[in-house]
Design a protein. Structure first.
Length: 374
């Protein structure tokens, strides 16, 4: 199946507060190689999508503060393929603006797909097949998501409740199913119940849809946001002066709302959302515990090192994740199952079991006025 009408959008936003002090406002996690793979998170995402639709069909939406870093890491990205946001306005605005501008350039029947800059996908061929099927479903008018196989009863992810098969309706998407509903992050008992039914998948925030379907539903569910986005899109390619004027006039007043809430959830209740099961090996690097799960062990005691192994020395220690980023040696003695992140201006020491709570420390530091290290 041809992908000539398919364009990939990479929303590269968020701070990644659970990965502080590595991830900062000035340099978020998508700009780091958190897996010691030789490519940063956004580079790996770009590579994966360029293999599906060609580098010229990939665009990035990011904050103005990160434009130079993104250009440096993605020299293949043309100037017309980078959407810079003066302030963050969540995923709906980012996706909708890129889609609206691409629709003006290439026609509103193009298919656009949104894929976060900071996710890990192991089987690229299986991923490409899922995108192919999602594109086929999108051509039939569905907003289509890719649902991740739930391998454990996680309370860290939202879930997708899948319904009947759409294979007869969409022959090119044999795996596609109707989405019954999106559900919020559950408690442990609820998550376990979801897994036992076999009807729920993790929501990774991947969405594929025709541009006209996206924009018409944006107008339906978020009319004010739609009006502002269309005004910006109209000015975007006219001139840099008109673009800046439109962004100044409209962008700052946009509602901050995630795409799931703005479009996917209400549209699923109306029967307009499909899901393609994704079985390609997926991880969302949300905290240092998830980083540790993806790194190889340095020794038989399951110590994980991010960066130069020679900068970490351990004795009678096990199960730790360590990042020595300050140009000095980190020595561990009798330390088990800890997170130790050493940077030039901040040191984090925490139990691995409390990795999700690093965001609370960021909030604490913010409350103390320590924005200089955030």
């Amino acid at each position: 199946m041809s992908s000539e009408d398919f364009y990939a959008i990479i929303p590269a936003g968020g701070v990644g507060t659970r990965l502080w002090p590595l991830s900062r406002k000035s340099r978020p996690k998508f700009l780091y190689d958190l897996l010691d793979s030789g490519r940063t998170m956004i580079q790996s995402t770009f590579d994966r999508l360029a293999a599906v639709c060609g580098a010229e069909h990939v665009v990035v939406s990011t904050g103005e503060a990160h434009v130079d870093a993104v250009r440096e890491q993605l020299p293949e990205l043309g100037a017309e393929s980078l959407f810079a946001e003066p302030v963050a306005r969540d995923s709906t605005a980012a996706i909708a603006l890129a889609a609206a501008v691409l629709a003006r350039r290439h026609g509103d029947r193009i298919v656009v797909g949104s894929f976060a800059a900071d996710q890990v996908i192991r089987d690229k061929d299986a991923f490409a097949e899922c995108v192919r099927q999602a594109t086929a479903a999108a051509r039939q008018g569905y907003v289509t998501t890719i649902g991740i196989a739930a391998s454990r009863p996680s309370t860290a992810f939202g879930y997708i409740h899948q319904g009947r098969s759409l294979a007869d309706e969409i022959p090119d998407a044999q795996s596609a199913r109707l989405v019954e509903s999106f559900v919020e992050k559950p408690d442990s008992a609820t998550a376990q119940a979801y897994l036992q039914t076999g009807e729920y998948r993790w929501n990774a925030g991947m969405f594929v849809m025709r541009a006209d379907v996206l924009l018409s539903n944006l107008k339906r569910y978020q009319p004010d946001l739609h009006a502002s986005i269309m005004s910006i899109a109209e000015a975007w390619d006219e001139s840099l002066e008109r673009r800046k004027a439109a962004m100044t006039r409209y962008w700052y007043g946009l509602e901050k709302i995630a795409f799931d809430y703005a479009i996917a959830e209400p549209l699923s209740a109306a029967g307009g959302v499909a899901v393609v099961p994704g079985g390609f090996g997926w991880d969302d690097i949300g905290d240092f515990n998830s980083v540790a799960a993806l790194l190889p062990s340095s020794n038989r005691r399951n110590i994980k090192v991010l960066g130069d192994q020679d900068d970490v020395v351990f004795l009678d220690s096990a199960g730790d994740i360590v990042a020595a980023q300050a140009g000095r040696t980190v020595a561990l003695l009798g330390v088990d199952d800890m997170v130790v992140i050493d940077t030039p201006d901040a040191l984090l020491v925490a139990p691995r079991a409390r990795s999700q709570e690093v965001k609370n420390m960021v909030a604490k530091l913010s409350g103390l006025g320590r924005d200089d290290i955030l």
